[in-house]
Design a protein around this ligand. Structure first.
Ligand code: ZN
Length: 329
């Protein structure tokens, strides 16, 4: 049992790398022991160095697995070759080991699993729930600007107005024949008509009715990157046997789409725990640009793993491999 998690550290000023930070809303770190051994995962993208926010998310998944006698898996979400670098991938493994967050089994790399994502995409296409979208990113922006009352997403962002949804079959074929690049989008309305109403369980929020239409017709594959985040995550969580998906609450609404994809692909449905995010004093999320708060930087300045946990409000106990497989009351 890790001490110090029961008390949230609200608005507590902490110093890291010369900058003052706070654990924004304190740690809502809840050991999830319900007689179920959870399989969890930490799934960063190697597009930069891990920062304090990652340490929090990784520790969260680690403890949920360890305290329940389950398994903690590591997956590198490196499907975008333009943004991911081997140097960052190596650094992620090194930083996690330094923190004592040892994972079970090998490291799953999404870049090596494109064939699986293609299979899933084929299956969705076979169900008639995908359509090719020929719009460039710039065109999508312009179409949104022109569309009267363009739909808005949960974060206020404007959604794809569905320009290519109702293109005729002849028009589609002609454009594909002409070599026009396109992305595959999910026809959410048609997909929902197939699955019927869906719900999912979040440990904090309880039962949630799936509303994938909140995110619009999301892209599931592009010409340059043949699997989107949504598709790869859904396929991999099922393939890896993840039973409890822990991740930041910024991804809460993405789960509506993932639940829909699970239903379409006939995949098992895990539970979710969308945890709070930690931020700096101004309430900004820990982003990669806050270079001073990378684990690397802190370590170079002499921080210990215990100091890292203290900075993010998790007490100073370090995770111990001795916790593995031990259930806690
Ligand atoms: Zn389009």
């Amino acid at each position: 049992m890790i001490a110090g998690h029961e008390q949230p550290h609200r608005d507590r000023a902490l110093t890291a790398g010369g900058e003052t930070i706070v654990a924004l809303r304190g740690a809502d770190f809840v050991p999830l022991v319900e007689g179920t051994a959870h399989v969890t995962r930490f799934a960063p993208s190697p597009t930069g160095y891990l920062h304090l926010g990652h340490a929090y998310a990784a520790r969260f998944a680690f403890e949920a697995a360890r305290l329940s006698g389950g398994r903690f898996l590591l997956r590198l979400e490196d499907i975008d070759p333009q943004r991911c670098r081997a140097e960052f991938a190596a650094a992620i493994l090194e930083d996690l080991r330094w923190l004592g967050l040892f994972w079970d089994g090998g490291v799953v790399r999404q870049s090596e699993r494109m064939a699986l994502y293609r299979q899933a995409l084929d299956r969705l296409r076979g169900l008639g729930v995908l359509y090719p979208c020929f719009c460039t990113r710039k065109q999508v922006r312009e179409e949104i600007d022109e569309a009267q009352g363009a739909p808005h997403g949960p974060a206020g962002e404007r959604l794809y107005p569905g320009t290519c949804r109702d293109l005729g079959e002849d028009e589609r074929r002609a454009r594909i024949r002409a070599g026009t690049p396109f992305a595959w989008r999910l026809h959410v309305e048609r997909a929902l008509a197939l699955t019927g109403p869906l719900s999912w369980y979040d440990v904090r929020a309880g039962w949630v009715e799936a509303e994938p239409q909140l995110l619009g017709d999301v892209v599931l594959a592009r010409k340059d990157v043949p699997a989107s985040y949504h598709l790869a995550v859904t396929v991999d969580d099922a393939a890896q046997g993840v039973t409890l998906v822990t991740r930041g609450e910024d991804l809460f609404h993405a789960t509506h789409i993932h639940r829909l994809l699970q239903a379409l692909l006939g995949l098992p449905v895990p539970r979710w725990y969308h945890h709070n995010l930690i931020g700096d004093r101004d309430g900004r999320r820990m982003a990669k640009r806050t270079g001073a708060l990378t684990l690397r930087h802190l370590r170079a300045r002499g921080a210990t793993p215990a100091a890292v946990w203290q900075m993010i409000g998790l007490g100073s106990d370090v995770p111990s491999p001795a916790c593995a497989g031990v259930s806690s009351p």
